[in-house]
Design a binder for this molecule. Structure first.
Ligand code: WQD
Length: 337
């Protein structure tokens, strides 16, 4: 069973490739290496003993996408990760985000719907909810105006898929709305590889602890939460990866109830920034150097998932604790140095 994973050398993509191979799937990766390195292939091989087929290809090149699908007519499913995902960067460079995140989705769907079998898993995000009014956030929560061009590309992406599914009963699709994926594979052979100064909390914590950064800035402690810092749902990346395999299997087994379904991927538990820091200090047995600074524009106060739909309908549940995730990040950082 051949599965295409676009962006398969990225953080969540590479962990999903491992879980797909563990389940016996043949994996073809497309990646343009703009935000990933070929070394990740070695990491995947070191874990599974199998090398995925890899094609360096930029999905913005429509004719290259068409040529790829001419060769791989036997693809049984696609998991589409390839996209830019830095919220701040999207604000200063919106057209790059619309071109890369939207055009590529259109080109992949145009080719997929020509195949005999069309199973599609879309990498979406809790960002589509904006600042939800009710916690935990269910899939039925209203989609709020996007807080960034990045978030808008995920909202538009889901609409493009829905509109395509409406006129193409053969296309079966699931959008997975990630909360905050963190951590690394327990082998420490693959993990998060932020380029430059990390935007996300966990890599900034581990880089501070290992001495690459002087001090972590905590963006505000005057929010209406238990300790004043923002709340997020931090979910281990391996749990996120396993959910992709379960979702794909659901489509392959024709168990989906409609041809476009949406599931939250979270733990169902919210943690504040200070709680994350405390968890890290405990598992790493180190004291983290941080200071409280002003709020970061665009941050929502709180976001954590209602996971009941994924638990009940997908039969999937996050298994790792926050501390296990933090420990895996720390183990990975010590390998990276
Ligand atoms: C988490 C918390 C910050 C850095 C991300 C992605 C988004 C989506 C969800 C994929 C916030 C605080 C952070 C720092 C800090 N993922 N923080 N100091 O903003 O929830 O969104 O995950 O779709 O695309 O961007 O994650 O890790 O940036 O921030 O205090 O140096 O940590 O204020 O409260 P976020 P994050």
């Amino acid at each position: 069973m051949k599965i295409l994973v676009t962006g398969g050398l990225g953080f969540i993509g590479s962990h999903t490739v491992v879980e797909l191979q563990n389940k016996g799937y043949q994996v073809v990766i497309i990646d343009n290496l703009s935000n990933a390195s070929l070394d990740v292939l070695e990491g995947v091989f070191a874990i599974t003993g199998r090398v995925p087929i890899f094609e360096k290809l930029d999905l913005k090149d429509k004719s290259a996408v068409q040529a790829f699908f001419k060769v791989h007519q036997d693809i049984q499913g696609i998991i589409h990760f390839a996209a830019n995902k830095a919220v701040g960067e999207s604000v200063v460079n919106p057209l790059m985000y619309y071109e890369n995140n939207i055009n590529t989705l259109v080109y992949v769907l145009q080719e997929l719907t020509k195949l005999k079998v069309s199973n599609f898993i879309f990498s979406s995000s809790c960002t589509v909810y904006g600042q939800a009014d009710i916690m935990p956030i269910a899939e039925t929560a209203p989609i709020k105006p996007a807080e960034s061009p990045y978030g808008n590309t995920k909202q538009i992406g889901e609409e493009i898929i829905q509109d395509t599914c409406n006129i193409n009963a053969k296309l079966n699709s699931i959008a997975l709305r990630y909360f905050n994926p963190i951590g690394a594979h327990e082998s420490a052979k693959i993990g998060e590889l932020p380029i430059g100064v990390p935007q996300n909390l966990i890599p900034y914590i581990t880089q501070t602890a290992i001495g690459l950064r002087d001090q972590l800035s905590v963006f505000g402690n005057d929010y209406p939460t238990i300790d004043g810092t923002c709340v997020r749902d931090y979910i281990h990346v391996v749990d996120v990866a396993k959910a992709h395999v379960v979702a794909l299997q659901r489509l392959l087994d024709h168990k989906n109830q409609t041809n476009f379904e949406v599931f939250n991927l979270g733990t169902g538990t919210g943690s504040t920034v200070l709680e994350v820091i405390k968890a890290f200090e405990k598992v790493s047995n180190t004291k983290l150097n941080y200071k409280i600074v002003d709020r970061r524009p665009g941050d929502v106060v709180s976001a954590f998932a209602d996971t009941s739909k994924a638990n009940l309908e997908l039969g999937w549940k996050a298994e790792h604790t926050l501390e296990q995730a933090m420990l895996s990040s720390w183990k990975w950082q010590k390998v990276l140095k």
